[in-house]
Design a protein. Sequence first.
Length: 393
Amino acid sequence: MPSRLADAFRAHPVHLQPKHLHDFTSLKELPDSYKWASDEDQYRAQPDPAHHEPVPVVDLSDPNALEEIGHACRRWGVFQVVNHGVPTTVLDRMENVAKGFFSLPAHQKLKAARSPDGISGYGLARISSFFPKLMWSEGFTMVGSPLEHFQRVWPHDYTQFCDAVEEYDKQMQKLAQTLMWLMLGSLGITKEDLNWANNSNSTTTTTPRGGPKKEVAAGSSSAAIQLNHYPACPDPDRAMGLAPHTDSTLLTILHQSNTSGLQVLRDDGARWVTVPPIRGGLVVHIGDLLHILSNGLCPSVVHRAVVNRDRNRISIAYLHGPPSNVRISPVQKLVGPSQPPLYRAVTWNEYLGTKAKHFNKALSSVRLCAAAPINGLVDAKDQKNNNNAVKVG
Ligand SMILES: O=C(O)CCC(=O)C(=O)O
Ligand SMILES: [Fe+2]
């Protein structure tokens, strides 16, 4: 089993490479390879109902924040946070890094291409290989320092971009820890209940730009930063920005630019609900590992990104996971004679490998008990014959 996050996909190389990406800006019509139609009807971009109950917004400075987070975690698996302490300037600076990178000509971006079995770099969404059609997006993943990639792309002014990422990472680490303990606290779980979490304060993703690689302290949590770009699309109703999925994290903190596109699945798969961008606000998703840790009490939210006709969209996901050596299993406190453990123990790396192999069936593949809730998702390849497949709209 790989012990470093960066090695999680070694055994599962992807065959769709960045060279398969089109130059989106030159396309005046949607090519067939991007048309999600007929067989993929369930995944077609559809408007969501205007008056659906909105995704909860939690003000972290509100004395009721813990209670509201508890409610959102159990009922939604997603919420937005405001007054979270991360300065808007830090978010804006990071958004500018993403905009700067994605607006480069294709040959420049390809200098930072992700290798087939690697985790970091520029490329198509990894989940693309599970679908017969391509997604209208491009991404850049950072695990560890982006220094090498940035030097290749911006040989003269990479430092300002590295600095923005480093500051973003620092702020997100802090917020992720705060949110994690609020989410767990709302379930009655304390630091004493998770021995691995006691010394996991010093987390690190990126390293200082010029300096030596920071050693990751034993017990420190791991993370990745994912930049996503969804260019304006000539036929948004037939395209898909990012197909429905759950995140393989404990939790994900998502910053979205001021263009909407993120949707979460609600009402047992009946409806997609848009998560509107809030200036300075951040979206928090529960990932599969927190779902496992909570013994199924908190759903890992199924979400997707749709695209727009006239506007580019950027999103930045901070993917927060446990220390790579830690086995995540349902917390003892939440297990009892009437609540048997629903999942077996997995490390983050092991789970990422499972996800790379089984995609939306990964959670059920680590399930111990038939009663464990799964979120109604099925692999696109199985959809034709499956009556319980997600219905959109
Ligand atoms: O762009 C978005 O809104 C969603 C991004 C996302 O789900 C991801 O990066 O995992
Ligand atoms: Fe996601």
